[in-house]
Design a protein around this ligand. Structure first.
Ligand code: GUN
Ligand code: ZN
Length: 432
């Protein structure tokens, strides 16, 4: 078919990953052009290279010059709760009390489609302003909360993963379904939305304490019928939570076993937090290739613990990075990378800037099994991009102006940057 749309050529510094900087030295993991260009055509990245070369090859392209701006893949946030947007930064509680005091009352409001649509739009605006182009979100038990997010994502041409959060115990009246309705409603939503435009459905049992064995079993059955879907849940976030789970499932060998028993452990499984893991859990997660999602601002905000990034990466786990809004205290993946760095320092294992940027793009995309479509600046990928201003505030620019290499020029923005560092966002090949 003939190419009818005029291509766009973005000029700036470009940063692409050619390998995993946890596996090879960082200088071998990236490709960087100081005067680079990205050619966008029909919603896809058609080429990445030197500005001069791509200009010569594409004389009719519309040119947008971002100067020293750093063009890279848009951020991928692998674990969020969009319904918690309006109660982010709620004070002073640990997980179970935080859920009961702040989270569940807010999630009750999503019985209203109007309210859900308002928050979904607000959430996607906020995350876009922070450079995030894809999220994997929990919704609430209400099917309309799923429709609301997918409809907003569809309007924006945005790639989004989400699912109805299922809970049939230990939650307030009005915020519970049953094993049967969770199955039926999830199935209906999955059939209506999975694979429509850029939407993927994720089967979403919230976590073992809020699902009966019957509900976990029903979710496992649904996943077995739709193995191409992702399944997202929470695992081993706080020690009190683990004790509670083991008391509730006396036959389980460990927390992971409460999922494994019901067919909820698999390569397309995404396990948020995964902090306090036993050796058996680590081995089984590794064996299955399941995705672990590090949520560092949440883990410090709710007081959960320190994720073992370097240990898990060394074992070859599949790890993504996420804000966990609103247990997380920020919508920003820059702030989230900074928190991941700080947690690394507390474990005497600092992450390199290349590793942080990889986690926020490639790592998360890989955990979502979307790394063939998003998460890198490379020909053939969907054109979801962020352009970073590496001198967005006085504090950052006075430091980055002294930088002696690329990483020193980027690290101040990772540590101190916010939405002012986001110069532009492109979603599906369009300026967003
Ligand atoms: N565990 C179960 N539900 C939640 C949630 O909404 N946020 C966090 N951080 N942990 C959870
Ligand atoms: Zn969560």
């Amino acid at each position: 078919t003939p190419d009818t749309r005029q291509p766009t050529l973005l000029l700036g510094q470009t940063l692409s990953f050619t390998a995993n900087p946890f596996e090879v030295p960082f200088e071998d993991a990236v490709s960087h052009e100081t005067v680079g260009a990205v050619l966008i055509r029909d919603g896809q990245i058609a080429a990445v290279g030197q500005a001069e070369t791509l200009r010569a090859l594409n004389p009719t392209a519309k040119v947008i010059d971002y100067g020293k701006g750093l063009i890279m893949a848009g951020f991928v946030d692998a674990h969020v709760h969009y319904p918690q947007t309006a109660m982010i930064a709620s004070w002073g509680k640990r997980l179970i009390d935080w859920l009961n005091s702040y989270t569940f009352p807010e999630e009750m409001r999503f019985a209203s489609k109007t309210y859900a649509a308002d928050i979904a739009g607000r959430y996607l605006d906020l995350t876009k302003a922070h450079g995030t182009t894809t999220v994997a979100s929990y919704c609430t038990i209400h099917p309309v909360s799923v429709d609301a997010l997918f409809e907003e994502a569809q309007k924006r041409g945005q790639r989004v993963v989400a699912g109805k959060t299922c809970m049939d115990r230990n939650a307030p009246e009005g915020l519970m379904d049953t094993a049967q309705t969770a199955y039926d409603q999830s199935k209906q939503l999955l059939q209506a939305w999975h694979g429509v435009d850029r939407i993927s459905y994720a089967i979403t049992p919230r976590f073992s304490p809020t699902s009966t064995p019957e509900q976990l079993d029903a979710m496992g059955a649904l996943w077995a019928e739709h193995p191409d879907c992702l399944m997202q849940t929470h695992l081993s976030e706080q020690t009190d939570e683990i004790d509670w789970v083991l008391g509730m499932f006396p036959d389980a060998r460990d927390y992971l076993d409460t999922y494994e028993k019901f067919g909820l452990l698999g390569e397309r499984g995404l396990y948020g937090h995964a902090i306090h893991l036993t050796d058996r859990e680590r081995a089984r997660l590794k064996e299955t290739g399941a995705g672990l999602v590090h949520c560092p601002t949440s883990n410090t905000f709710i007081g959960s613990g320190l994720f073992d990034m370097q240990g898990l990466m060394a074992e070859g786990h599949n790890v993504g990075l996420a804000t966990d809004t609103g247990g997380g205290s920020s919508f920003s993946m820059l702030r989230t990378m900074a928190a991941a760095y700080e947690v690394g320092q507390l474990r005497h294992n600092p992450l390199h800037a290349s590793q942080l940027l990889w986690l926020a793009t490639q790592g998360s995309a890989r955990s979502l099994h979307l790394d063939d479509k998003i998460g890198n600046l490379a020909a053939g990928m969907e054109a979801d991009l962020v352009v970073l201003d590496l001198a967005s505030t006085d504090a950052i620019s006075q430091r980055s102006s002294r930088a002696e290499d690329l990483w020193e020029s980027i690290f101040p923005t990772i540590m101190m940057g916010d939405d002012r560092a986001i110069r532009a966002v492109w979603i599906n090949g369009k300026a967003a």
